[in-house]
Design a protein around this ligand. Structure first.
Ligand SMILES: Cc1cc2nc3c(=O)[nH]c(=O)nc-3n(C[C@H](O)[C@H](O)[C@H](O)COP(=O)(O)O)c2cc1C
Length: 219
């Protein structure tokens, strides 16, 4: 866990399909609400499909960067826990060409996985909350994280990306998903050029408290 950094640069070394199968073989032991395991993995082999995923992700990346540059936390809800729209013009942001390290990682990664989920399998206990839902993702992201952990065990690395989901209809059409399914993550994988050993994370006493949210620091 302490060395599972996000990797976007890969060696020019292929990843054997058997190794991907082995990674999925381990990752599938993730938990999910009611053990319904609504996950499905698309192993992208077609260069055309990969190019389209890269293009779609790049547009999402531009939207994200425009918000960051304007000082906003991209796609984050406001104090009321709801989304009130971006503070920048997203159509204009998508039209701004520029370098995208993310696009390169998706384009050049030796392996590309797309994790999709059957929405009907999700137990979304906050489905009627007043804020954006969080619980639905809890039945799919342990599986996604397991893929990255399992890959790390095999000397591989990658990154969980979600930019492609900014163009939901387009990505779902491209991958021929039924209406009942959605994309949870696009994961480029490969042998890393550099393996990080020191990740930047908050200390335990900054993220844990006793009894209440505003209770004394724990740890
Ligand atoms: C839910 C989620 C979505 C993410 N989406 C993206 C993404 O679309 N593109 C990307 O390059 N990284 C993405 N990341 C990776 C984060 O940027 C990364 O976890 C974080 O910056 C910490 O970086 P580090 O692991 O290298 O320390 C995502 C991570 C998570 C958990």
């Amino acid at each position: 866990m302490r060395t599972l950094g996000s990797i976007r640069e890969f060696q020019d070394r292929p990843v054997a399909p058997d190794l991907i199968a082995h990674i999925l073989e381990n990752a599938r032991f993730a938990g999910s609400g009611g053990n319904r395991q609504g996950w499905h993995v698309i192993v992208v082999e077609s260069p055309e499909t990969r190019a389209e995923i890269t293009r779609i992700s790049t547009l999402g990346f531009r939207e994200y960067m425009a918000q960051t540059m304007a000082g906003a936390v991209p796609f984050a809800p406001a104090d009321d826990g709801r989304w009130h729209g971006a503070i920048v013009d997203l159509d204009a942001a998508r039209a701004v060409d520029g370098p995208s390290g993310l696009a390169a990682s998706i384009d050049h990664a030796p392996a590309l996985l797309v994790v999709v989920v059957d929405l009907r399998a999700l137990a979304i206990t906050d489905i009627d909350a007043d804020h954006v839902s969080i619980i639905g993702g809890a039945s799919i992201y342990p599986f996604v994280h397991n893929i990255l952990l399992a890959a790390r065990s095999e000397g591989l690395a990658g990154v969980l990306t979600t930019f492609a989901c900014r163009a939901e209809t387009e990505i779902c059409t491209l991958l021929r998903l039924p209406m009942s399914h959605a994309v949870a993550a696009v994961i480029p994988l490969g042998y890393p050029v550099h393996q990080p050993t020191k990740l930047k994370r908050k200390a335990v006493n900054e993220i844990a408290t006793v009894d209440h949210f505003d209770g004394p620091s724990f740890g």
